[in-house]
Design a protein around this ligand. Structure first.
Ligand SMILES: Cc1ncc(C[n+]2csc(CCOP(=O)(O)OP(=O)(O)O)c2C)c(N)n1
Ligand SMILES: [Mg+2]
Length: 318
């Protein structure tokens, strides 16, 4: 990785952080409504892993989807407009935070139902296998989702059919309000679950963007060469509540403080500077351009029109 590669990883993580902070602010002001789950703290996971994918690969994710969308390169204007419910949004203002979508970038959503994205991902993987395309499907989900039947059914079928799919578990140690220790089936590890289906698994530090990138690349290469599915578990943490409606009373602030010490948006630029990969000024330049991009996105979303009434019945199954 050269200097530009490092700065690009930092740029994307900082963009996600500012995007999320802006979402929180605009939610409080009433410009964004409905459900809103912020990705703050988990930036290194989406950025590192998606950096290891190719354009032809498919991404399917959960409702905490802003980070993946930004890492995949969906436009910040279109994303913020979607959150504002405007017609210029990536889902024409009708999907909102949990249903970001861009088929041109093979970004197949944003799904609100816990675990619903997994069978869909198997469908994309089956399609590419059937068409003899060389693409891999990456499906993101949380620790809580491993208790869903869809997770187990999809792992089983994917293993039997040797589908080119990577199960990407973002273990942030909490479901909606329940610690993973209290909900993990039988108290077994997640790798243990994968192994039960004959699927190899790897654990990676999800606060370390380079580790995530390298591990993902290695796993994706194996899956692409026809070895069947694999599971990656990235250990990470969401610094805020489950959603904007969550005061997070089920955990101690000291636990959050401990994880904040590993904040990738702080530690990665420090590493870049202390390793003489780039200067403090170059980091500041990246920050400035991201801040400009975010201001422009909020302006674009604010000034865009709401969808007209007729569009209500378009793009939906009736
Ligand atoms: C089928 C279903 N059950 C319950 C919910 C409500 N719900 C939304 S998120 C969530 C917790 C999921 O936790 P996890 O998979 O760990 O993801 P995280 O929110 O931590 O990213 C629950 C129970 C839902 N959306 N869908
Ligand atoms: Mg979780």
């Amino acid at each position: 990785m050269n200097k530009e590669d490092h700065l690009d990883l930092y740029r994307k993580m900082y963009l996600i952080r500012l995007f999320e902070e802006s979402c929180g602010e605009n939610y409080s002001k009433g410009f964004i409504r409905g459900f809103l789950h912020l990705y703050i703290g988990q930036e290194a996971v989406a950025v590192g892993s998606i950096d290891s994918l190719e354009e032809k690969d498919y991404i399917v994710t959960h409702y905490r989807d802003h980070g993946h969308a930004i890492a995949r390169g969906l436009s910040t204007n279109g994303l913020m407009a979607e959150l504002f419910g405007k017609e210029t949004g990536v889902s024409k203002g009708k999907g909102g935070s949990m249903h970001l979508f861009d088929s041109e970038k093979n970004f197949m959503g944003g799904h609100a139902i816990v675990g619903a994205q997994m069978p869909l991902a198997a469908g994309f993987a089956l399609a590419s296998q059937y068409r003899k395309e060389d693409s891999v499907t990456m499906v993101y989900f949380g620790d809580g989702a491993t208790n869903q039947g869809t997770f187990h059914e999809t792992m089983n079928l994917a293993s039997v059919w040797k589908l080119p799919i990577v199960f990407f578990l973002e273990n942030n140690f909490y479901g909606m309000g329940t610690s993973v220790e209290r909900i993990r089936s039988n108290g077994k590890s997640f790798s243990n679950m994968a192994e039960g289906y004959g699927i190899p698994s790897t654990i990676v530090d999800g606060m370390d963007v380079i580790a995530v990138k390298e591990t993902t690349k290695e796993v994706v290469d194996k899956v692409r060469s026809g070895n069947g599915p694999a599971l990656i578990e990235a250990t990470t943490f969401r610094f805020q509540g489950h959603s904007m409606a969550d005061p997070a009373k089920y955990r101690e602030s000291s636990e959050v403080d401990e994880w904040r010490k590993k904040d990738p948006v702080e530690s990665f630029p420090e590493y870049i500077i202390s390793s003489n990969i780039a200067s403090k000024e170059e980091i500041e330049d990246v920050k400035k351009s991201v801040e400009d991009e975010m201001n422009a996105a909020v302006k674009f979303a604010t000034e865009s029109n709401e969808p007209d009434l007729e569009s209500l019945s378009k793009d939906v199954y009736l």
